[in-house]
Write a protein that binds this ligand. Structure first.
Ligand code: F1P
Length: 346
């Protein structure tokens, strides 16, 4: 997890990894359905990819936990495309899930970090995420690299299907090329994030909320804090909070909103007001020019603006850093959380 503090994204080398998409472009453009299978952090990257692919390529996407998919006898049609996402490339649940789907005629595309790993070998084609070795057990930079590769895949497929205009394609590439600089801006604000962590390091519970592309980031943020601090955490779409989780809110509960400017902004403002009305503590991840959410939150962490589709690449980083600092403040070894293994091969 200490990799969080280092540079993490090399867009130029990632574009080289997409040869497998180019070679099989017609498989993707003709796909009636894409099923994404993965576990843990990789599954969260898959949820974001679902939003990206459905928005840009207009192909229906389902996202499944490999640990369920492998046991539940799913219906697979030949011509289905399975995207298997895995940092280690050795996760047994993901491996068995794609073995089953392959037997039934699906085309398997691996998005994997470890070159030559079992999932890479079993796939018909794939894209490596080239994030380098993860030093800590909890995935951090692998998530960023997965999102980047998945975004570039969606852009390529959308362009080929003409569901994405050339102008929008170029726009997204320009936005993507600016991400590494913006990541550095966030990393350089780590002292401010540490101050927020100091306020909440003794929390007994934590809620993470986001809408749209930032909803899976809320899930990932909850998983990361849980993994490295052992604080019970939950993540939900902001709109779900009134359907149950709001019962948890009192003056001791911190709720972190991922609230960068997008089409849901006004809704998020009213979700924050609902939490404040119940005396909950609010931390918000916002864009620098935000005033409305800054005004109603107890603490804010800033990320530079980008397109909503790419926002997770930025919004996840303060959550990773906050988890890191909270884990360290609680005296834990954040690189080796108890009970977790880097690759779950059983
Ligand atoms: C999946 C995963 C990781 C998590 C932990 C256990 O791994 O759930 O996301 O951080 O290490 O395994 P992978 O298939 O992406 O290697």
């Amino acid at each position: 997890l200490t990799d969080c503090l280092r540079g993490r994204l090399d867009v130029a080398s990632l574009s080289l990894t997409l040869a497998g998409v180019d070679q099989h472009l017609s498989v993707f453009t003709q796909a009636k359905r894409i099923i994404i299978v993965a576990c843990g952090t990789s599954w969260h990257a898959g949820l974001i990819a679902e939003y990206m692919i459905e928005t840009i390529c207009r192909i229906p996407v389902e996202v499944e936990y490999a640990s369920e998919f492998r046991y539940r006898n799913p219906i697979i049609h030949s011509g289905d495309v399975i995207i298997a996402i895995s940092q280690s490339g050795e996760t047994a649940d993901t491996l068995v899930a794609i073995e089953r789907a392959k037997e039934q005629g699906a085309f398997i595309f691996g998005v994997v970090n470890a070159v030559g790993s079992s999932i890479a070998r079993l796939s018909h084609a794939g894209a490596y995420t080239h994030a380098g070795p993860e030093i800590g057990v909890a995935s951090t930079k692998a998530f960023t690299a997965q999102l980047t590769v998945l975004a570039m895949m969606a852009l390529k497929i959308g362009k080929a299907k003409q569901t994405l205009s050339d102008a929008d394609y170029k726009h997204y590439l320009v936005e993507l090329s600016q991400i590494p600089e913006k990541v550095q801006v966030i990393l350089s604000s780590h002292e401010l994030i540490k101050e927020v962590a100091q306020v909440y390091a003794e929390a007994n519970n934590f809620l993470f909320l986001g809408r749209g592309y930032n909803f899976p980031v809320a899930l990932e943020a909850a998983l990361k804090l849980k993994e490295v601090s052992y604080i019970p955490c939950s993540g939900y779409p902001s709109g779900e909070v009134k359907h149950g989780p709001i019962a948890l809110v009192d003056e001791t509960l911190p709720t972190l909103f991922i609230a960068t400017k997008d089409k849901y902004y006004d809704k998020i403002v009213s979700n924050i007001q609902e939490i404040k009305a119940r005396k909950g503590k609010v931390i918000a991840i916002i864009n620098p020019d935000d005033t409305a959410i800054r005004g109603v939150s107890d603490h804010v962490m800033e990320v530079p603006e980008t397109d909503e589709l790419l926002a997770p690449l930025l919004t996840v980083i303060p959550t990773q850093l906050m988890s890191y600092y909270i884990g360290v403040l609680r005296g834990l070894d954040v690189d080796k959380p108890r009970n977790l293994a880097k690759s779950v091969t059983v």
